[in-house]
Design a protein around this ligand. Structure first.
Ligand code: GCV
Length: 734
């Protein structure tokens, strides 16, 4: 334990009475079963419900005294949060003080903001602005928990960490925690339109109330910032990548500045999606050609204007020459030309460009999975230092399972940032329980082998593999105006998991699920175990009932709701299901081997060798890389067709199991949240069955194979499933 005493001071004996009082108060509350009052999910994982722990005595005294400054807005936010959390968790507000004068104190600050912290001489080297330390120490003779950092924002993150320890029932004794984020830019991408419609949004309207801004600052913005800060998310792109140029006009910038003002004390910057053709739409220019001096000047002036209103503006996110969006290729220029022009405008102000690599062309006959690599790899090393190329986790589009994107590791001279989807466009919208933590973990841990074994995707994006200073990760937000933010209680876990993995991409999704469950529902093992079990099984269940073994892009056209393996025709082949599954009488799967589209060759040799070889390819990705006969022998001993049907059934069974597990929690979860999750699981079970039946009916019509013994025939003819319509499905592109 670290000791800090004033010269000449005798360490004073602990104030027994105070400590005992704190112990009693904390212990009683820790041991008490919290009342199951109705909850609506608004509080997220920041409910600060008193923790139930098995052995309150091992937890030491609660926090009796809080020494936290409030001079800067970040300090004030930290102090408010600590008071709120500590009071709610223990039932008693700690006494506020300027210096530590009591036992069981909590001292938070920086060496600059607190002389007591300065005198502790804690090693804060290498923690940067956002890192922190949490130490148990004796300060002027008093048992103290210290949260220290180089900068106020690090202190705020440390405070949230401390609250997390308390919320999850961890002991406060002998703490020695050192944390710093592995990635710099950790942002949410809101696909929110200016009319508050959210593309692929399943939780109501956009939270940004443009009509009432800037006059009315909805308290929800503050709670949004608190939630993000609690998991280390440090930025938000407020508007859809399918961008409306109007967001860059003075009328909107005033509103954006107001939002920035609310997010700033929580360490969050605002960013905007910039429409590449904005100089024409709102600037009156005849072109948006990035080499045109007038266009360059327009963007420079726009950047100056933005920074005069928002001095810490983060920068631009750009979707260009993708799915009909304008871009530099409209003028025969490259993605690097476009990104650099914007980067030059932002550079004097310290802003960055996040340039998306989600590009594919309807004029290109090549496999859509190959196109981003083909376009971007030749540009490696040609981007400015303040450009991050933002790459989706897989080469198609956020499918329930994809191999990692071949661009990871293939552009060593360009910093690449990860783009995950938190909103569940392809994993059952908000009604299906699908915890995406395991999906993120699978991708981050995938080994690109570009510099030998151990070249994980996490190490590509954290800059350590290729020595990049600028690093980042983005998650497409699942947040909306619904009271519970994410449309379902369990979808909050995906926001949470994204933030935690953005901070440290090596964390385990299971540990994150445990942490989230404890804070969101209960520390009671009888709750934690089944809930975490449900969460950890849930993503694989969705893979199974929507299309396992590497099948992908099988959803209904446009709205992406429900099964549509029969989808064909329309404006472009690579928006159809038949393009991706390629099922015919003889077999199924997309041949991406060297004998096929050769997408495998975009991976480093050891990975390409595995994916090219049907015997070595993991079965989870078999049909992503191979076209195989329906009777292809599988490791289970079944033939492929039987395995596919088995997996469809397994997925439905897994949902049934989740329902049973949840129903066993009746009485242990508050009634409001329990009822909604139960209702959604019932929807999920019906829809899993629908996915299974429609898909089996369709693929059987192609394979002509009999159903394996014991598999139930779909209750309807294929035509029935094909004719279903869903005008109510939310989130479709307009
Ligand atoms: C914002 C998919 C989605 C689109 C989305 C696009 C993208 O195609 O269906 O809604 O558009 O990805 O990531 O740009």
């Amino acid at each position: 334990m670290l000791t800090l005493t004033h010269a000449g001071d005798d360490p004073r004996p602990p104030r027994i009475a105070r400590t005992v009082a704190a112990l009693v108060c904390w212990g009683v509350l820790l041991a008490a079963m919290p009342a199951l009052h109705a909850e609506d999910g608004y509080e997220l994982w920041l409910r600060y419900a008193p923790a139930v722990v098995a052995d309150p005595d091992s937890h030491g005294p609660g926090i009796a005294q809080l020494v936290a400054g409030s001079e800067s807005p970040v300090q004030a936010a930290t102090r408010r949060e600590l008071l709120r959390g500590l009071q709610a968790l223990s039932g008693v507000a700690p006494v506020g003080a300027d210096t530590v004068t009591e036992d069981a104190a909590l001292l938070v600050g920086t060496p600059a903001s607190s002389s007591q912290i300065a005198r502790l001489g804690l090693d804060l080297e290498g923690l940067g602005r956002e890192g922190y330390r949490i130490r148990s120490a004796i300060v002027d003779g008093h048992a103290t928990t210290v949260v220290a950092a180089n900068d106020d924002i690090g202190v705020l993150y440390g405070a949230f960490h401390l609250l997390r320890l308390l919320q999850t029932g961890q002991p406060l004794a002998d703490l020695d925690i050192r944390e710093a984020p592995r990635l710099q830019v950790r942002v949410l991408n809101h696909w929110d339109d200016l009319d508050r419609y959210v593309e692929r949004g399943y939780s109501g309207q956009s939270i940004w109330d443009w009509h009432r801004l800037p006059g009315w600052l909805d308290p929800r913005y503050t709670d949004y910032a608190r939630a993000n800060a609690s998991i280390g998310i440090n930025g938000a792109v407020l508007n859809n990548v399918n961008a409306n140029a109007d967001v860059l006009t003075p009328m909107y910038l005033e509103k954006v500045a107001a939002i920035a003002g609310v997010l700033r004390p929580y360490g969050m910057k605002v960013y905007l999606s910039a429409r590449f053709s904005a100089p024409m739409q709102i600037g009156g220019l005849a072109t948006a050609d990035p080499v045109d001096p007038a266009v360059q000047a327009w963007w420079r002036a726009k950047a100056d204007e933005i920074y005069s209103a928002i001095p810490d503006f983060g920068g631009f996110l750009v979707k260009a020459n993708s799915e009909g969006q304008p871009g530099p290729q409209d003028y025969g220029r490259s993605h690097a030309d476009g990104a650099n022009m914007l980067a030059d405008a932002l550079a004097p102000h310290g802003g960055i460009v996040m340039w998306r690599a989600f590009v594919y062309s309807d004029e290109e006959p090549v496999d859509r999975a190959r196109q981003a690599y083909n376009e971007f790899v030749p540009l490696d090393g040609r981007f400015r230092d303040n450009v991050l190329v933002q790459v989706k986790n897989g080469p198609i589009d956020f499918q329930p399972r994809e191999p990692f994107h071949p661009l990871f590791g293939a552009m060593p001279r360009t910093p690449l940032m990860m783009e995950f989807q938190i909103t569940k466009e392809y994993l059952g919208f908000s009604t299906h329980l699908a915890y995406t933590g395991p999906l993120y973990e699978e991708v981050l841990r995938a080994d690109t082998h570009v510099q030998g074994p151990g070249s994980s995707v996490a190490r590509v994006i954290d800059g350590s593999l290729h020595g990049h200073a600028l690093t980042g990760i983005a998650g497409v937000a699942n947040i909306g105006s619904d009271r519970n933010w994410s449309g379902s209680h369990f979808d909050q876990a995906n926001w949470y998991a994204f933030g935690r993995l953005a901070w440290n991409p090596e964390l385990s999704s299971r540990d994150i699920a445990v942490e989230w469950t404890r804070m969101t529902f209960s520390n009671d093992a009888a709750v934690v175990e089944p809930v975490v079990g449900m969460m950890m099984a849930s993503r694989e269940a969705v893979v199974d009932y929507t299309g396992a073994l590497g099948l992908h892009h099988l959803m209904g056209r446009g709205h992406h709701y429900g099964p549509g393996p029969w989808v064909d025709g329309g404006p472009r082949a690579d928006w159809t299901s038949v393009y991706f599954h390629r099922a015919d009488r003889n077999g199924i799967g997309f041949d991406r081997t060297r004998r096929g589209s050769d997408a495998v060759s975009q991976y480093a040799a050891p990975v390409a060798g595995v994916f090219d070889d049907v015997a070595q390819t993991p079965e989870e990705l078999l049909l992503w890389f191979h076209h195989v006969p329906w009777d292809h022998p599988m490791r289970s001993g079944r033939r492929l067709w039987d395995e596919l049907v088995f997996r469809y059934d397994r997925g439905v069974d897994a949902v049934r199991d989740m329902r049973a597990a949840w129903s066993g929690l009746d009485g242990r979860i508050d009634a409001g949240r329990h009822a909604q999750v139960a209702a959604f699981l019932a929807i999920q079970q019906d829809e899993a069955q629908w996915w299974r039946d429609a898909s089996v009916a369709y693929f059987q019509s192609i394979s002509g194979m009999p159903l394996p013994a014991g598999a139930a025939p779909p209750p309807h003819a294929l035509e029935h499933y094909k004719t279903l319509e869903f005008p109510h499905a939310p989130g479709d592109t307009k």
